[in-house]
Design a protein around this ligand. Sequence first.
Ligand SMILES: [Fe+2]
Ligand SMILES: [Fe+2]
Length: 420
Amino acid sequence: MAVEYFPVPLKKIVVDTVPNFDLFIRQKDRYVLYRKAKFKFEHQALNNLMDNRIESLYVSKQDLENYERYCGEIRQEQEKIYGIQGYSGAFVDPVEVERYHDILNSYHVVDHAMFKPGVEVSFTVYYHEDNDMLPAEDFEGKPRGPWELTRRFAQEKEIMIRNEDKTAYRDFVRGVLDDAMGGPPAQQAVALREMSKIVIKDVMADPRSGEGIKQTNEAVGSLVEFILDNETSFYSLMKIQGHDYYTYVHSMNVCTFSVALGTAMGLPQKPDLEQLGMGAILHDVGKSMVDPKLINKPGRLTEEEFRMMKDHVTLGYNMLKEHHSLSDEVLEPVAQHHEKLTGIGYPYGLKDGDIGVFGRISSIVDIYDALTTERSYKKAFSPFEALSFLSKTRDDYDTDILNKFIIMLGKQIEKEAAVK
Ligand SMILES: [Fe+2]
Ligand SMILES: [Fe+2]
């Protein structure tokens, strides 16, 4: 019987330990013995593998138990050494936290619905699992691509691409978008969502770029158009429950919810919905100027860290003000999305009439999306739990708008349930 192997991320094999199982390297379709069991895994070995850009080793399935025991021992060791370093979340090990930030900086999360079996791609797709990245092996093709997807990706796992493949992915999305025109709205929606994520991520990377703002305007224009044409099915544009928090995904969600809510309130497409959508997608641009380690800290922020985080509002507002093409209306969600009618919000502590309609809409939608998103240290609220939280703090929000939002989500949730 053929021996089967499973991939093991390189970082799971710790330097100066002695694994009690053989380690293999995959060369094309063959597995070649790399290191026999009971040999110390030395620093030099790790360096050589990293130099050769090898990210995974392989272990025979017969050694699965040995491998699991090894991982358990390493974990115990590390917990003893590091203790809980202020992180109340998934990671106790600072090396893991570092790794987590590396992944967020180097990869871009993509949507399963973009990948149907038979589709061809020219970039590698990775599974993001347990703070590791593993190349998906669900493709076949020539070593240098293109590769054809042979089966659906595992739905429960998050999938990502490398940042350097973003241009290739954008072309791919554009192709899907062109094919989907005139087709089922759901496919169009996914491609539009993916396009908007890329565009807003580019703006976050370079908020001064006029080209970035122009492209964001186009993407928002298409989103508004889609929501108006498919008023009853905007939910297909909405998030698929993600595994983690990414500012570009959050921005996209806040934009979609804001425009849908604006539509439910009867705002006209031009200029209102387009300005609202633009302000909503840009609302957290200032986070690009805050230390990313704070934004994605897997645990609660200290008071000092929270103060630094709050700066994202004024940083973003001041940065975007330099773009003369952006109107005051567009800047309103950016400046006011953390304000509360009771005056307890930030950065200005504005009250009641000082907060504009776009500010009121974005503050509701922003908190709703934050609550319903999973973080590495907390589970996501269900839509129902999030709405009941909002209702408890209802003095902070515009009652009429909040009611419209609740009704709108209720309808969408019902429709979703009916489809399933
Ligand atoms: Fe914010
Ligand atoms: Fe936000």
